[in-house]
Design a protein around this ligand. Structure first.
Ligand SMILES: *Cc1c(COP(=O)(O)O)cnc(C)c1O
Length: 440
């Protein structure tokens, strides 16, 4: 059972002197009383900014708006607040106005890779479906910062239908990732309708939901919500904890309800400078996550979105963190560290190197302790040439029912059934000369 801490009681009373525990545990109450001004923030936390700083903060807010749930605000520790990870993720920082030349409004080209409004189709078999433009809290490190607070609206059914239609007509899509905004800011009924429509599509095998409500608004995870979600299995959920301080009795309760409903839980963290860029903090976080049945899924390198430069770390910091996890703790507690490629190339895993060298029959490896070892390759491995004729194959894999895609990328170069021997950028001058000369 979640506790109402003294600080939460104080904040609730300042917002509305008649507030009780039942209000505090009502997610709609939190949305109604979200902190959207600097004055309100000062009033509720007792923090007071110097006048000149406050003027600048107002300017920052003019560009990137503010919204914090009373719950998340209650986790800020007033003493030493400037170092506080909850404060830093939720409250304005004047450094947000420093836009560097490397930063972009839409670094991941989500808008360009959008075949119809609301859908980003980047990978062959799965799509991102933006079903909500609303968030419970505006994370300062949001990769979609360009859109934050623009138009807090819930797309109507006719708009969602456009995305549903695209999915219905695209049989490759077997995995639909509901995102936003935060899909859990939709009403239970509306979300139920979207899930029901998706479930009617035969080729949609898996539905995923990305939500930060367990972190910033854990009371959203009600019994009614999980009972509704349960009807649409398999449903997977990814949430977004960045710091062990966010794991509270209330967030644990939310995670327990979701896990008890049979929903596999994952977590996507963002590596943030001066906030969680520390092997000890990350190890503590992943341990707390797995103790609450959440599998660390991705650790993201901070994107090149506008106004995030003060949050960015070198890539080496992420490698160092992963180095401190692999082998040192449970395998399932280690997330995959990824850089979401600017320009829309998708997530690229970047992990420490474990292969030191290679010969025709030996691989030289090193382990997490620095022990160097050699692995002898098999003397007799009969490579089967795959021409994708599964009827003739010794392996028992009946793919006739499955959707067969053409190989792309490195997979294509590795395959036997495709004749390609190199991948060439479309503007390669050498190859253009060949074309001009009429050669192949
Ligand atoms: C992250 C992402 C996905 C899902 O990627 P997974 O690696 O399968 O989790 C799908 N589409 C887009 C556009 C994404 O950014």
């Amino acid at each position: 059972m979640a506790i109402f801490t003294a600080n939460q009681q104080k904040i609730a009373n300042k917002i509305d002197s008649s507030s009780e525990l039942s209000n505090w545990r009502d997610w709609k109450w939190h949305l109604k009383h979200s902190i959207k001004t600097i004055d309100k923030f000062e009033e509720l936390t007792g923090i007071k900014f110097p006048e000149d700083e406050k003027k600048q903060l107002e300017e920052t807010q003019g560009k990137f708006p503010l919204s914090i749930t009373p719950y998340y605000l209650s986790l800020i520790k007033k003493e030493n607040f400037r170092k506080d990870p909850v404060y830093k993720q939720s409250f304005l920082d004047n450094k947000e106005l420093n836009v560097t030349q490397y930063e972009m409004g839409d670094p991941l080209s989500e808008d360009t890779d959008s075949p119809v409004p609301g859908i980003t189709h980047r990978y062959p078999d799965r799509v991102l479906f933006h079903v909500s433009n609303v968030c419970a809290m505006y994370c300062r490190h949001c990769t979609r910062k360009r859109k934050v607070g623009d138009t807090d609206f819930v797309p109507g059914k006719s708009q969602v239908e456009i995305g549903l239609d695209y999915i219905r007509q695209t049989p490759q899509v077997r995995d639909v990732l509901l995102s936003g905004g935060d899909p859990f800011l939709l009403s239970d009924d509306y979300l139920d309708w979207i899930l029901t429509e998706l479930r009617k599509i035969d080729h949609v095998e898996v539905i995923r939901i990305g939500t930060r409500t367990p972190v910033v608004l854990p009371y959203r995870i009600t019994d009614d919500l999980v009972n509704m979600l349960k009807k649409h299995h398999p449903v997977w959920i990814n949430t977004h904890f960045n710091h062990p301080r966010e794991i509270t009795s209330s967030s644990k309760e939310a995670l327990r309800k979701l896990a008890d409903a049979g929903i596999p839980l994952g977590n996507q963290s963002v590596l943030l400078a001066d906030l969680n860029d520390c092997p000890r903090i990350m190890k503590d976080l992943v341990h707390k996550l797995v103790a609450n049945r959440v599998r660390p899924y991705y650790l993201y390198q901070c994107d090149l979105s506008e106004g995030l430069s003060h949050f960015r770390t070198p890539v080496g910091k992420g490698i160092e963190i992963i180095e401190s996890l692999i082998g040192h703790t449970s395998g399932f507690a280690v997330p995959t560290y990824v850089i979401d490629a600017p320009g829309g190339g998708g997530k690229i895993p970047v992990m420490p190197n474990y292969i030191i060298s290679w010969s025709t029959n030996r691989v030289i490896l090193r382990n997490y302790e620095g022990v160097i070892t050699s692995y002898k390759e098999p003397d007799h491995y009969e490579a089967t040439t795959c021409d994708r004729n599964c009827d003739e194959c010794n392996l028992e894999l009946d793919l006739r029912e499955g959707y067969e895609e053409n190989a792309i990328g490195i997979e294509k170069l590795l395959s036997d059934y495709d004749q390609a021997i190199s991948l060439v950028p479309s503007d390669n001058e050498r190859f253009q000369r060949r074309d001009d000369n009429g050669q192949e």
